[in-house]
Design a protein around this ligand. Structure first.
Ligand SMILES: *[C@@H]1O[C@H](CO)[C@@H](O)[C@H](O)[C@H]1NC(C)=O
Length: 218
């Protein structure tokens, strides 16, 4: 009986320890650490302002009522609200963004290396899908309407597109102050400098001309 209790408490201790170790952005060690956005100190995250100088505006952003500018080939825009927009988000493991899509608008396949993402549709109709990692490459997707919510797990390749007749507006929330965005076509065909086109042609089973055309576009 006693050893059973010991084993159970050991399991609980290990489980709570591993949830701390595996948590995404680090846990705060103080009430807040409002980012000093002009400091040249390089740390993982941003250094804290002197708390005596912190104001309510450091925790505030106004502007998500306005649509982003969707006059671009994808017909979509992101208005990010991360640590650069709200310095008070520093160390809190949280960010939000407004996404606007014209009819036919889309975000190409991408992934966020540092954050899971939860989508909430405010207006319109949006398809969202993600693909699991090797070996399954299982594709999960859903069409969301106003008020619907869908989660994209951290690091998985995913996309969103407007599948309605009018505009779509959604809010994306991340469990990182700086989730990052690796856009697949830009990363592979628009890198600086270019990745060798023979290698890309072999990797994608494409001819070299097609790869060079993609490199010109991206
Ligand atoms: C929207 O973006 C387009 C293309 O970059 C630009 O020409 C246009 O002036 C922008 N519109 C607004 C209202 O900023």
């Amino acid at each position: 009986m006693k050893s059973k209790t010991l084993i159970l408490s050991t399991i609980f201790a290990l489980a709570s320890f591993s949830s701390i170790v595996l948590a995404y952005d680090p846990r705060p060690l103080q009430d807040f650490c409002v980012a000093d956005l002009i400091s040249t100190v390089r740390i993982n995250g941003l250094p804290c302002l002197d708390p005596a100088t912190v104001r309510a505006d450091d925790f505030f952003f106004s502007g998500l009522a306005q649509a982003g500018n969707t006059s671009n080939p994808a017909g979509a825009a992101v208005t990010p609200v991360g640590v650069s927009q709200i310095p008070g988000l520093n160390t809190l493991g949280l960010a939000i963004a407004r996404l606007d899509y014209e009819a036919g608008g889309f975000f190409p396949p991408h992934y966020h290396p540092r954050g899971s993402e939860i989508h909430t549709v405010l207006e319109g109709s949006m398809e969202v899908g993600f693909v699991t990692s090797a070996p399954g490459f299982k594709f999960y997707s859903k069409v969301l309407e106003k008020g619907d919510v869908f989660v994209v797990p951290v690091g998985l390749v995913h996309y969103q597109r407007n599948v309605g007749a009018g505009k779509t507006v959604s809010i994306a929330t991340f469990n990182s102050q700086n989730p990052g965005n690796s856009v697949i076509p830009n990363a592979l065909f628009g890198s600086n400098p270019d990745i060798d086109s023979d290698y890309l042609a072999k990797s994608f089973a494409l001819d070299k001309e097609t790869v060079e055309r993609l490199q010109a576009v991206f």
